[in-house]
Design a protein around this ligand. Structure first.
Ligand code: FMN
Length: 161
């Protein structure tokens, strides 16, 4: 699947089958995050991949559906870098697209993760000075949600707003 196809196909997936995502594919997904654009090439990230069922069950900050994920990737950022949020977002999107490209489903869980940040840090042994920007549950999709996107002509402006 090429990049444009993956971009068009990616949706937030919140229903998964019981199938397992192989470790090699999880590594490919995290590698896509590692290769993202990053301000001044600071690369202020670490990625914790959780596959333990008991631990995944404790990471269900956005609802019970997360427990069915084959793995959850925690995106850990160093806030001393000026662009840590932008860098983290770039890495997250790369990982969502890589997941789609490999035939998996994933979801960017940040809105529901941030209020649980201290709890997540304790669970995952994250150093105090680091931030947990997002969790990404990954699995084999059991749904194909339709895109609900604004039409291109509504958001594309040529030359001037
Ligand atoms: C910054 C950010 C935070 C998000 N937080 C959550 C979340 O906490 N829980 C969740 O289920 N989805 C979350 N999402 C996924 C969005 O709900 C989803 O991207 C949006 O509805 C558009 O759907 P799509 O991803 O299928 O295009 C988040 C997405 C972004 C970019």
């Amino acid at each position: 699947m090429d990049a444009i196809e993956a971009i068009r196909k990616r949706r937030s997936i919140r229903r998964f089958t019981d199938d397992v995502v192989p470790k090699a594919d999880l590594e490919t997904i995290v590698d896509a995050g590692r290769l993202a654009a990053t301000g001044s090439n600071r690369q202020p990230w670490d990625f914790v991949v959780v596959t333990d069922r008991t631990m995944i069950a404790q990471l269900t900050v956005s609802g019970a559906w997360m427990a069915k994920a084959s793995a959850v990737i925690a995106v850990i950022m160093d806030p001393r870098s000026r662009w840590w949020i932008e860098d983290g977002a770039a890495a997250i999107e790369n990982m969502l697209l890589a997941s789609t490209s490999l035939g998996y489903g994933a979801c960017w869980v940040e809105g529901d993760a941030l209020p649980h940040e201290e709890e997540l840090k304790t669970l995952l042994g994250i150093p105090t000075k680091k931030r947990v920007l997002a969790l990404i549950p990954v699995g084999v999709p059991a749904e194909t949600p339709a895109p609900e996107k604004k039409p291109l002509e509504q958001v594309l402006h040529w030359e001037r707003y």
